[in-house]
Design a protein around this ligand. Structure first.
Ligand code: NAD
Length: 339
């Protein structure tokens, strides 16, 4: 095979699995090695279509296990690393912050270190706009916005961003950092806001909404995140940060109402619950650098992406029903989620 070999970490999760589908469809000459620990968020069903392909290999392993990571780099000649693996749920970070530091900070350092030893042509560190903290009513996050994380999740992501930056500055490892707004789309674990709304509405269960529901998030359809990462792999400048977002700011309540209307379900299902600790008020991304320098454009408007997402969950009831016991704690804690 003449193509590149990509190491995708966290490829059994939501965005990682969408990225694997996207990459295999657009770059069939390339080979993919998917390293994933299969935590509660990792689901082999997400990549079931890829398992038979000769250019796809899954390795179950922990990114914080240095020896395991070394073995993969010895066995495979890795050209590009796309690092998605993380503990990703803010609520879980509030109850178990140490796990987030271990996976997100230590795990990222293991990957950076081995990529440095073996040499790669690019290391894409997939991060989040949450590292910037929160915005007031005005303004947008740019790449120059100071990092000011407010949750253990965002603090652990910020720590990993800084390590990624340091590996570029110190060792000239060709690192590119992406900071994306909230994603939605197929294969998203039903503890996050949009699949929570869809799956609960379909079961006529109450939909918990934090506080007054007026927190604002900037939503991006997951396929647009995948195309942005493709752009960064192909033309991103090492050492640079690229914000990714679609300019789709909505309150959580607007999102809930749009989905209920799409499903023909009543707004009486909405149930306001006590606010999340340290709940950021507003995230909004300025993706101008990615658009102007690399020519990236999002394809999907929010309403279109939401229709596709609702359609996907309607068609894949067997996929999300299997995961329901794992999200049972949500039903008792009444916690809703943003990311
Ligand atoms: P996810 O929770 O759906 O998937 C995470 C994956 O990482 C899972 O498959 C899990 O098994 C794996 N994993 C966890 N710990 C691991 C370890 N120690 N070793 C190997 N694999 C491990 O997350 P997601 O929503 O797909 O997010 C992917 C990345 O994108 C994360 O880095 C997240 O911070 C970032 N991000 C997410 C969003 C969003 O809206 N979901 C937005 C911006 C950035």
């Amino acid at each position: 095979m003449n193509g590149k070999t990509l190491l995708i970490t966290g490829g059994m999760g939501f965005i990682g699995s969408n990225f694997i589908h996207y990459w295999l469809a657009h770059h069939p000459e390339d080979r993919i090695v998917n390293l994933d620990a299969l935590t509660y968020a990792g689901n082999p069903d997400n990549t079931a279509n890829a398992t038979q392909l000769p250019n796809y290999r899954f390795v179950q392993g922990d990114i914080a296990d240095m020896q395991g990571v070394q073995l993969i780099f010895q066995e495979e000649s890795i050209d590009v690393v796309v690092h998605f693996a993380a503990e990703s749920h803010v609520d879980r970070s509030i109850t178990d912050p140490q796990l987030f530091v271990r996976t997100n900070v230590l795990g990222t350092q293991c990957l950076l270190e081995e990529a440095r030893r073996q040499g790669v042509s690019k290391f894409v560190h997939v991060s989040t706009d949450e590292v910037y903290g929160t915005l007031g009513k005005e303004g947008l996050f740019t790449e120059a916005t100071p990092i000011a994380p407010n949750s253990p999740y965002s603090a652990s992501k910020a720590g990993s961003d800084l390590l990624a930056r340091a590996y570029y500055e110190t060792y000239t490892l060709p690192v590119v950092i992406t900071r994306c707004s909230n994603n939605y789309g197929p294969y998203q674990f039903p503890e996050k806001l949009i699949p929570t709304i869809i799956t609960r509405a379909l079961q006529n269960q109450p939909i918990p909404v934090y506080g007054n529901g007026l927190n604002i998030r900037d939503w991006l359809y997951v396929e647009d995140h995948c195309s942005a990462i493709e752009c960064v792999i192909q033309s991103g400048t090492p050492g640079h940060v690229y914000n990714i977002g679609g300019g789709n700011e909505r309150t959580n309540l607007e999102i809930v109402r749009t989905i209920l209307a799409e499903l023909g379900k009543p707004e009486t299902l909405i149930q306001f619950v006590a606010d999340r600790l340290g709940h950021d008020l507003r995230y909004a991304i300025d993706a101008g650098k990615l658009q102007n320098e690399l020519g990236w454009r999002p394809r999907y408007k929010l309403e279109q992406g939401l229709k596709l997402t609702v359609g996907w969950y309607l068609e894949h009831e067997d996929w999300w029903r299997k995961l329901m016991p794992q999200t049972a704690s949500n039903e008792t804690s009444d916690a809703a989620a943003d990311e």
